[in-house]
Design a protein around this ligand. Sequence first.
Ligand code: ZN
Length: 319
Amino acid sequence: MATSGNPVTVLSVVGAGRSGTTVLASILGEVPGCAGAGEIRWLWQRGVLDGRPCGCGRKPSECPVWSRVIERCLSTPGPDGVPPTVEAIVAAQRELGANRNRLRVLRSAAGGGNEWAALQLVRDLTGVAVRAFAEATGAGVVIDTSKRPLDAAVMAQVPGVDPFVLHVLRDPRAVAHSWRRAKSFTVGGDTRTMGTRRLPATVRRWLASAVGSEVLHRHVPPERWLRLRYEDFCAEPAESLDRLLSMMGVPGRPPFENDRTVHLRPNHIVAGNPSRFDVGSVQIRVDEEWKTAMPRRDQLLVVAGTGPLLRRYGYPWRA
Ligand SMILES: [Zn+2]
């Protein structure tokens, strides 16, 4: 597909759910020239079909930013010469996400896959969406927290995109503990509760995310990849963000009020953790409740399931 104008820099954030990716995107979105888009992969299913609210509190179809993106995506001819339908987009996304296709998608980060219709459609559409979002927000850098390595693999070959990857890790014991707590949030008088997840499922997903990220890492140039542990980010937020922004050549910095507090304005983060609705002074602090509240037996189960990778990422086996 032909593209015009300057390339849009996109930071794909990969990592397991409840690893702090949404709060990171909210903070990065405050850097001049950057905008947090949220989990772009969910724009169609959760955003358009289910009508779940954007960070601004409106449905994406009523949000001043995402309504423009949706309109552009559904009126731009796809690889087959006609504009795609929402149903066709969701079906193509499902095809890429199927277990049997995941490795093929991850490898496509280095190029190829042009003959695969579903991949072509999602790539083209992602390009249209990212450019329209950049235009609507006036940003040159877009933060995509879709989180799955395969979405970052697709982004790596989108025409007109200058792609970077941030791999966020968090201690799987903290992740498992977080998934057990029901989290509620209220937007526009509508209260929703985020799903909880049992321990084996969390371990499985944490592993899948880590292994998928390692595979993706092999197909992305090293100068475009940064690994960041959420715990290290919380310990030194400004330094961590400096490294990340320097990698992308972004001169601006987030509006820190002090070394642990940042000021957040309303955003247009389309899907993700309810923390996307937080505005005003937000304190960055590492949540280590699991160390005291998680039964020892459960901690050991997580360690048994993730052991070698736990060590690889520098997490001690003993809390
Ligand atoms: Zn919005």
